[in-house]
Design a protein around this ligand. Structure first.
Ligand SMILES: [Zn+2]
Length: 317
């Protein structure tokens, strides 16, 4: 059987998306269900099964050789389990074996959603052509993934590059992860908005207190909104600089809702990087907005499945 496609699953707290993807990263078939995130684990799995049922019903399914899953984390690729923070019904949930069964025994590759985004940006987006990259998602949370030496670096459990929970403020606020002063605790959308509100910023007549509303206020010159984005930018810069110093990345790509804030975020971020990324070998570090759209998770999961297929082919020679 000629298997020139892979199946991809993108599993998040609000939706479960699936696709059949070709070797150029084109999505040929897609399916989607809302995530019943507050339900029990088997109910959530039924939504995954419904997505897979749609994919397996396609005549193109016969050409699928592997399944890639990008899931909200934490994931454990070694154990084949997931424990997404926003899906309490899944704790050490054996997603890989369940998907393998539903997919007729195809090999399954599991990575975290941040790692999937990195795979997608490296394959087709802003990190294309860069052998050493950190790709981040800054939205409700802060996640990320690494490309090192030209290859995706998921780490043993599939979570490497999770920059949101690097501490950049030793005595900072407690983070839901249990640590203090994490990048996410300062730079996520809700934390940007919270800090602006705490310091006296007030929303407009529409009552919108999202980070996007704070970004709009910052663009209009509101000093409290500007300061909240500057603080987030400094936290991101400290985390990016630490990453660059450790593993010599040459580009950091920032996506997610906060990444769309534009120069309100990127101008202070570049400035802060000059303060934190100080050694000669990280001076040329670039930061740039992500290019992949809402399909990044699917494309990245497909990339991981294709890479696994390629490794298996090499191993079989
Ligand atoms: Zn944390």
């Amino acid at each position: 059987m000629h298997t020139d496609l892979v199946a991809a699953l993108d599993i998040g707290g609000t939706k479960i998306a699936g696709a059949l993807v070709d070797r150029q990263g084109r999505i040929l078939v897609r399916a989607q269900r809302p995530t019943p995130a507050r339900e029990d684990g088997e109910t959530v799995m039924r939504a995954v099964d419904a997505v897979l049922d749609e994919l397996t019903a396609s005549p193109l399914w016969q050409r699928a050789g592997a399944v890639g899953i990008g899931s909200a984390g934490p994931v454990d690729a070694t154990a084949g389990t997931v424990s997404p923070v926003n899906v309490p019904g899944w704790r050490d949930y054996p997603l890989v074996s369940r998907v393998r069964t539903a997919a007729g025994g195809l090999p399954v590759e599991l990575i975290g959603d941040g790692v999937a985004i990195a795979a997608a940006e490296h394959w087709q987006g802003a990190a294309r052509g860069h052998d050493n990259a950190l790709c981040m998602v800054v939205s409700t949370g802060v996640g990320g993934g690494l490309v090192l030496g030209g290859r995706l670096h998921p780490g043993p459990t599939g979570n490497a590059g999770h920059i949101g929970h690097i501490s950049v403020d030793l005595d900072g606020d407690l983070c839901p992860c249990g640590s203090r002063g994490c990048v996410e605790r300062i730079a996520s959308g809700p934390n940007i908005a919270r800090r602006a509100l705490d310091n006296g910023w007030r929303p407009g007549p529409d009552g919108d207190t999202s980070a996007a509303a704070v970004a709009a206020a910052a663009r209009a010159g509101d000093p409290v909104a500007v300061a909240s984005f500057e603080r987030a930018a400094r936290a991101l810069a400290a985390g990016i600089a630490a990453t660059a110093t450790l593993v010599e990345i040459d580009i950091a790509v920032i996506g997610g809702g906060v990444g769309k804030a534009g120069e309100v975020l990127f101008a202070p971020l570049r400035q802060a990087l000059t303060e934190y990324a100080t050694l000669s070998f990280v001076h040329r570090l670039a930061v740039t907005p992500a290019q992949m759209g809402t399909d990044a998770g699917l494309v990245g999961a497909a990339a991981a499945a294709l890479a696994r297929s390629a490794d298996a082919a090499v191993a079989a020679v």
